[in-house]
Design a protein around this ligand. Structure first.
Ligand SMILES: [Cu+2]
Length: 324
């Protein structure tokens, strides 16, 4: 600081006219080199990895989110490119030279109005269209939606289907124990036909509602092909509904990849095993879904001890249901 003041004072006095012009030239050239180098790298990488960040869409609302994404990308991308070319080019073009003198340019109202109103208008359009799309996507699910509970914990997802009654049984964290990892209340008759699943199986073309919760810390459900992403928050159930548009088989044919599966990942860093929170979604034809649904075993069928302490009418109900 003191050195800078000394230098400036001596420049004003005229005693030290010579500022290091050599390092200025090098800096100016580096600015230009950085602009060209990073520009080339950015375009090269974006094009090379296009297929890994632009996955085919497999849900109805996915088309809307992708359109929004690309419109936003185009607007902000063009502005980004223009401003950065100018930023680095000006640093080069107007590098220090002894013969240059600074111009005094107090203000320009027209220009200021222009660069305030244009971005304000563009951002308003982006924000309002995004808000509209988001309120459509997060509107209440249709009555006939297939409900699936998605519970995150360190470190996996657990899925629960409501069974024939289409009603998930209640749960309470105080009921969680080694045989009841989800804390399901088996004194609630709605829980009697609930069943677990290792992967999410859903019918194509029909609405699906994920009821999302967490057992411990923050997690986030992420199904990239479905353009689905929703946090799992302990103590605060969240939800997301969507309509899958392509079966796993159709997507395999489209991608010419027989191993393809839709994935669910956790997209909230939640601890050491975060990476392992991978599960599959299998999208099938509605008939196949009905068949699969009917074949599943309920929690109580798999472990009758779960209702050992339940009232006698619950036990009777369970017997009637398993006899059906
Ligand atoms: Cu997680």
């Amino acid at each position: 600081m003191v050195y800078r003041i000394q230098t400036l004072v001596s420049v004003v006095k005229g005693s030290e006219k010579k500022v290091a012009t050599g390092s200025n030239k090098v800096n100016a050239a580096l600015f230009l080199l950085f602009l060209i180098g990073s520009g080339v790298l950015m375009f090269w990488y974006s094009i090379k990895e296009f297929d890994t960040y632009h996955l085919p869409i497999a849900s109805e609302h996915g088309v809307v989110t992708d359109n929004l994404f690309w419109v936003t990308m185009a607007v902000t991308g063009i502005v980004f490119i223009i401003t950065h070319i100018l930023l680095f080019w000006f640093s080069y073009r107007y590098q220090y030279k002894e013969e240059n003198t600074a111009a005094f340019y107090p203000d320009n109202n027209k220009l200021e109005i222009l660069w305030t109103l244009v971005p304000a208008a563009v951002l308003t359009v982006l924000v309002v269209s995004g808000w509209k799309a988001w309120s459509d996507i997060t509107a209440p699910a249709p009555e006939n939606a297939h409900v699936i509970e998605v519970m995150g914990y360190q470190f996996a997802w657990e899925f629960r289907y409501p069974g024939k009654d289409k009603q998930l049984g209640n749960y309470d964290y105080r009921l969680i124990n080694p045989t009841n990892s989800r804390g399901i209340d088996f004194t609630d008759k709605n829980a009697l036909d609930d069943f677990p699943a290792q992967k999410v199986v859903i019918p194509v073309g029909e609405p699906v509602l994920f009821k999302i919760r967490s057992r411990d810390v923050l997690h986030s459900v992420f199904a990239p092909h479905m353009r689905l992403k929703m946090d799992a928050v302990p103590g605060m159930p969240t939800r997301f509904w969507f309509v899958p548009t392509k079966t796993t088989a159709q997507m395999r044919a489209e991608l010419k990849d027989d191993e393809f599966v839709y994935e669910i990942a956790c997209t909230e860093v939640c601890g050491g095993g975060h990476f392992s929170m991978r599960r599959e979604i299998e999208v099938v034809e509605p008939e196949e879904y009905q068949k699969w649904f009917a074949e599943q075993k309920t929690f109580v069928e798999m472990d009758p001890a779960l209702i050992a302490d339940a009232p006698s009418e619950i036990k009777e109900l369970a017997q009637i249901e398993s006899a059906e």
